[in-house]
Design a protein around this ligand. Sequence first.
Ligand code: ARG
Length: 581
Amino acid sequence: MTTSILSDLKIRFSKAIATAFGEEYANHDPAVAPSKDAKFGDYQCNAALGLTKKLKQKPQDVAAQIIANVKVDDMFEAPTIAGAGFINLKLKLSYLETQLAKMQKSDRLAIAKVEKPDRVIVDFSSPNIAKEMHVGHLRSTIIGDSIARILEFQGHEVLRLNHVGDWGTQFGMLISYLREVYPDALTKADAIAIGDLVELYRAAKKRFDEDEAFKETSRNAVVELQAGGAEAKLAWQLLCEQSRREFQKIYDALNIQLEERGESFYNQFLSDVVTDLRETGLLQENQGALCVFLEGFTNKDGQPLPLIVQKTDGGYNYATTDLAALRYRIREDKATRIIYVTDIGQSGHFAQVFQVAKRANWIPETVQTTHVPFGLVMGDDGKKFKTRSGDTIALKSLLEEAITRARADIETRNPEASEEFKQDVAEAVGLGAVKYADLSQNRTSNYIFSFDKMLALQGNTAPYMLYAYVRVQGIGRKGEIDFASLNVDAVKLTQEAEIVLAKHLLQFAEAIDAVAEELFPNRLCQYLFELSQKFNQFFEQCPVLQAEESERISRLSLCDITAKTLKLGLNLLGIRVLERM
Ligand code: ARG
């Protein structure tokens, strides 16, 4: 098992720099990167430039000393120095060949697990009870799941948490309304369905906004619920249960694993947050509310903004819950890396929560908290994604439409196929397309939701990638190849297209590392897209089944490893491959 070439090289060059110039240079950036242009080899070390000043030596001399102290001959041809002290490294063919053999024999493509696993929490999806899950939650679900999959693959311990909005003052109004219109609901568990629940929310809200007496009743219901009143609790549970069932349908369709730990879970810890903040001296009273004044956040008069932790009426809010959750995740879950996947509109919220938690000394040096923001989903018209009538899009119908469209495509391409086959292909392609379209964008930008684009067979789409995989399986079937029993140790690379493909295959670990570090899944999509392109070029230029025996084995191996990489890579994006389509 190996780590990525890049991370391996960074370690080797760091050591070489320390050996050449002394331990005080041990933390100097080795500045190793893949080469942008093949004429400079495959990797470069650009550390010499940064060192010349300190060492008062010519960059070329610095580079020469680094080379004299680095051991890379197991992987690379002799390093060369170009221009102003750049060290260029070219992979040895023999190294490529042995690595390919290792990859093919391994069920994880010879990618090692991390030595020191983190305890990671990925907080994602997190819809709100009694409201419909919207496209923003869909993005969070797809991106969060992919991030969790990648970290799990690397060997980290991942807790996937669904921070469901199942607490708060809106329940007062819902419970009161429920009592009015569905008095039965509290005794018959199945008395209302979610369609009604969203409707119920609207109706309750309307009543709340219009009727003072109802407002008062609702406030009392909140107090009742928070005090643990049996009937209020039952009504609340009923609402949660109904919503949960609807959410689960989406998770099942998308194959998402999540552990529900909603806002209500932290209710019991909210007062500790206040106590703790008071003890650390951060808490201040402001117009009756308890708050922490933030650093770097000011109102329009330049005064520091307060983060309210307890409202005048004694109630807590979204931020208090997140403070309690963060504290719990560090103390009780012992998380070392906490990742929150929400829309970009919540960036301020998380920056504030993180800041207060830091200043309260809840976040040790060893713990990393990260907000992973994403942009809006837009319609074809460039406006916020809505149905024609202007309603928000229900996720279920959106996923169904993707499947229906993929189904129509397979009907025209392969009308003779069995019903079961067509449906299976339609689901994998339709849902894969929705996920891939989302993941392949730089998540921080808004993205345009277009069924036509995401289902296209050409371009950076799921169908394009799935086809590349199917193509290899087709080669295997045609040649009656048992890929598992190929003599991969006989792999010899001779053609340029083979070498280009092989080098790209070896960079899979780098793409995974990059996503795990920076949390941009589009980096992996881009890698897989380039892989499909390089594979197609190879396939156009190099006959496989018709080739001479020795070339045939090498090329079949390249096909097989490409397929395995596509399969694993797509799996890390939550997309399942098909053997035929
Ligand atoms: N329920 C929230 C929403 O729909 C998202 C929660 C995200 N997670 C968190 N820990 N705040 O916007």
